[in-house]
Design a protein around this ligand. Structure first.
Ligand code: GDD
Ligand code: MG
Length: 324
């Protein structure tokens, strides 16, 4: 089984950090968002194509330096092709069926069960669905009694929403789905292609565990809390002199003696937190510095960001410098 992972997109809702780092490489609960997503792939996946674009080089470098358990081919778009265009462009080596995955969702989705349900029905496609209160930011499925999808509306107005079951960002498709996508131009799979495929037998697979699209600062930090609580943060070595509560992930060469940390904190490498400072519910990327007595809460600091002594940072996304 091959997997096609969509990794383009500008991460606009996480600027200014995403001017420098692609969203997928922001570390949450101890490792990049992308690698938490890929943890969901079942063992039978023996290769993946990464449809990249924005900051493709950074993704490529990271994947080469941190190999996965299967070979990965990265296929970069010169200009963004959208979800459908990215599938068409990168889908050449896909298996029949193949898995399709967004690269910004964290969950405890059971992809093996999704694959089994798809095969049992000989479906054209099967989409993992999760239930949310506010459907407006997502793609929403209308379902028949047997979970066949009879409508799909991307980012509907509340009155237009066919249900509260949304596309969770993981699905499995017959290879023929790629034939339905025009080549050489930007295409939204969800808006332009999917509604026209429903006649061919597309089913929903309802999941009830945790799920979050980590595309905004609030949701990224919520995703981090969920991952810590689910025990999905890799173990990390605690630096000397640390005063931390639970749910803190450290990087190499962090200096944090005399500060209080946690819960829900990820530190990148070479981070300095001076004595009497307090960090909570936050992400501090590599090389960032928090001065003596400062407080950083519910915030994300990009690489090498400096917070001065005594400063109070809350609900903020900061970078060393802003602008492209
Ligand atoms: N290759 C490529 N090219 N990938 C892209 C492009 C592009 O032009 N644009 C976006 N992507 C990637 C993003 O990196 C992300 O992994 C995925 O496609 C989805 O893009 P988002 O921008 O995060 O979309 P969304 O969150 O608004 O909506 C999508 O995800 C929801 C679930 O999180 C849709 O698939 C919705 O239907 C779905 O409910
Ligand atoms: Mg998203």
């Amino acid at each position: 089984m091959k997997a096609l992972v969509l990794i383009g997109g500008f991460g606009t809702r996480l600027r200014p950090i995403t001017y420098e780092v692609p969203k997928q490489l922001i570390p949450i609960a101890g490792k990049p968002l992308l690698y938490h997503c890929l943890d969901l792939l079942p063992k039978e996946v023996d290769g993946a194509a990464f449809a990249t674009g924005y900051k493709a080089d950074a993704i490529e470098r990271f994947v080469r330096a941190n190999p996965l358990g299967f070979p990965v081919e990265t296929i970069a778009e010169a200009d963004p092709l959208g979800s459908g265009g990215g599938m068409k462009n990168a889908g050449g080596g896909m298996s029949d069926p193949f898995l399709l995955m967004n690269s910004d969702v964290i969950s405890d989705i059971d992809v093996t069960a999704l694959v089994a349900a798809h095969r049992r029905r000989s479906a054209f496609g099967t989409m993992y669905l999760t239930e949310v209160e506010d459907t407006r930011p997502y793609g929403v499925a209308g379902l028949e009694r047997d979970d066949r999808i009879d409508r799909f509306v991307e980012k509907p107005e509340p009155a237009e929403s066919p249900s509260r079951w949304i596309n969770a960002g993981i699905s499995i498709w017959k290879r023929a789905v790629l034939d339905a996508i025009p080549a050489g131009r930007p295409v939204s799979f969800e808006r332009e292609i999917l509604p026209g495929l429903l006649d061919r037998g597309v089913y929903g697979f309802r999941g009830r565990g945790f799920w979050e699209d980590a595309g905004t600062p609030e949701r990224l930090l919520r995703a981090q809390r969920l991952l810590f609580e689910a025990g999905r943060a890799p173990p990390s070595a605690v630096p000397p002199g640390t005063r931390s509560s639970r749910y803190v992930s450290f990087g190499a060469r962090d200096r944090v003696a005399g500060a209080t940390l946690g819960p829900y904190v990820t530190l990148g490498e070479d981070v300095t937190v001076e004595p009497e400072a307090h960090i909570e519910d936050s992400i501090l990327m590599e090389g960032s510095v928090v001065g003596r007595g400062a407080r950083v809460v519910a915030s994300i600091l990009g690489p090498r960001t400096v917070v001065g002594a005594g400063h109070d940072v809350a609900r903020s996304v900061l970078a060393e410098r802003s602008g492209p």
